[in-house]
Design a protein around this ligand. Sequence first.
Ligand code: THU
Length: 151
Amino acid sequence: MSQITNLAATREQLLIAARAAAQIAYAPYSGFHVGAALLLSDGRIVTGANVENASYGLALCAETVAVAKILSEGRRGGLEAVAVTGGAPGAPGQATVTPCGRCRQVLNELAALGKTDPIIWCDGPDGGLELRLSELLPHAFGPSDLGLDQA
Ligand code: THU
């Protein structure tokens, strides 16, 4: 059963959670604070923020951090919706942020395990963007390509 009964209310709830997560991002090098909020089919909202490193290339994106939290707790699948926001500290949503290519693939892993095609809300001016993961990552490579049985 989907958790989403009121699309606008769910969007607002996830964006608020993503903006709160962005506030605690560790992004001293880029100064670009990203927050992600993932809604699961049991109603849980799991957030992530970007985590940078003095070795710049080791930065972890907000979406990837959130997916890692979920998978490392043993949860598989059930990804219904995602909100992403980013920008200067304290000013999320000033520009529209879509998940980077790597994050699209990472989100796809969790989504594919439960055969969902989550809504992706990208915060931004004029309402941002609303897309399905399949629109952001068409013809995705996923668990089934390696013979992994899905729910
Ligand atoms: N970033 C994310 O957290 N998610 C994305 O989808 C795009 C980029 C982070 C990585 C880095 O810490 C900062 O934004 C600037 O690229």
